[in-house]
Design a protein around this ligand. Sequence first.
Ligand SMILES: NC(=O)c1ccc[n+]([C@@H]2O[C@H](COP(=O)([O-])OP(=O)(O)OC[C@H]3O[C@@H](n4cnc5c(N)ncnc54)[C@H](OP(=O)(O)O)[C@@H]3O)[C@@H](O)[C@H]2O)c1
Length: 233
Amino acid sequence: MTVRAIVTGASSGIGRETAVALSAAGIETVLVARRRDALLETAARCPAPHQLFVADLAKPGSEVEVVDYAQSLGEGVKPVLINAAGMAEFGSIEALTADSLQRQIEINLLAPARLCHEVLPWMLKEGSGHIVNVLSVVASQPLPNTGAYAAAKAGLLMFGKVLSAEVRRKGILVTSVLPGAVDTPIWDAMDFKPNRADMIPSSMVAEAIVQAVLAGPKMAVDELHLMPPKGLL
Ligand SMILES: NC(=O)c1ccc[n+]([C@@H]2O[C@H](COP(=O)([O-])OP(=O)(O)OC[C@H]3O[C@@H](n4cnc5c(N)ncnc54)[C@H](OP(=O)(O)O)[C@@H]3O)[C@@H](O)[C@H]2O)c1
């Protein structure tokens, strides 16, 4: 059966590497992010059929356009959703602004939850599907200065668990991925500068995600904890 994966955050980091690795495994991809030029760079590395879809997922309603587009490419496939788009603004809760709280919850919790909700009818119609939510180790471990980000990731962790309990017997799997620090451009803008050489290579996170997706028919990978060997960061 043809597998078609919507990959958000496909213009950079984990999303980009996951799209490339899925494509190398012969999976069709729909590459989603705001920056077309960066999506084109990802597309150039994808050997399997792929499409670009430029969207700002922080805008409610964009999830409808993304899923409608992916479905319009043809039915009779196994739909996969990789929620990798995300952002982080680290700092103490005391220093957190209302705008930053809103931004982080919007893109790290509400946007992926809206996509899960929107893709579900298509997956139920096909009788198969797989959702992978890229969370963070801070979804399950309190780390100072990550309040809003951690709250969003923890919220999506439980959203995915409930969704899984509701739909796994209908052929739809949900995998939550909880990585520690991964070497991606997300760290470029951070004041906090851990040693990038100690972080997990993004291509290794991507390979783990592809393995979880490919395992789908025979084994459900519910949660993946991926840590840099030296520890959290
Ligand atoms: N790197 C780490 O250490 C680490 C650890 C644990 C978890 N994570 C999680 O892994 C995921 C990927 O992060 P990364 O490290 O790969 O970061 P990254 O390289 O900065 O990539 C973030 C991606 O999210 C997309 N994005 C952000 N806001 C968006 C919006 N409003 N609409 C559409 N797309 C948007 C960006 O695309 P555009 O800018 O083109 O829109 C980009 O493709 C995130 O969910 C992050 O929280 C990262």
